[in-house]
Design a protein around this ligand. Structure first.
Ligand code: FES
Length: 183
């Protein structure tokens, strides 16, 4: 079966509420899940993703998200450095080519491990930008860790460093290949 056929679409609204409250994703948010292909590089087709869409998949027994950031999400990254533990990602794990404000190769696409840096739980995605979750991109329902739309950890959040970023590259404009773990 081809990778494409294994992929399937889930409703973003199936994401559960957490300790930070119930967060419904906007109707435009879609979530795909892929099958784990083991040690081989993971090839992800991203054409068709709209701003605000989130893609979920697993590789090497880890979970990942690809988020196509909206203009508002990108703008928020410029304004909150003083709220972050490690705004320049000096003490966080990412490839050298993602050691920038966006923590990505291309501004609009964030490729990130879906594991909280506290104990490793999976994260919820906040695309609705509720007032009480302002500028929060990802949050953890365990003890309430919060990360921005680049996976950077907020001061006062129980989470450790910023979310981890894997090694990846663009095969072409519509294809991302994750080829190496950051660990
Ligand atoms: S694992 Fe995320 S706050 Fe505990």
């Amino acid at each position: 079966m081809s990778n494409k056929r294994r992929d399937f679409l889930l409703s973003g609204t199936s994401i559960m509420a957490g300790v930070l409250g119930s967060v419904a994703l906007t109707p435009s948010i879609k979530r795909w899940t892929h099958t784990n292909y083991g040690e081989k590089p993971r090839i992800i087709t991203i054409n068709g993703m709209m701003p605000g869409n989130i893609m979920a998949f697993t590789w090497n027994n880890k979970s990942f998200y690809i988020l196509k950031r909206t203009k508002e999400m990108l703008e928020s990254l410029n304004t909150i450095n003083d709220q972050l533990k490690d705004p320049e990602s000096r003490y966080s794990l990412q490839p050298e080519n993602c050691k920038n404000q966006h923590r990505s190769i291309k501004e609009e696409y964030l490729v990130v491990y879906n594991h909280c840096t506290r104990v490793g739980n999976s994260l919820m995605v906040n695309n609705k930008q509720e007032t009480y979750l302002k500028n929060v991109g990802f949050y953890c329902t365990d003890e309430g860790s919060r990360f921005d739309f680049a996976g950077r950890s907020f001061i006062g959040s129980p989470g450790g460093p910023n979310l981890h970023i894997p090694h990846y590259y663009y095969k072409d404009d519509n294809t991302i290949v994750i080829d190496k773990s950051i660990f």
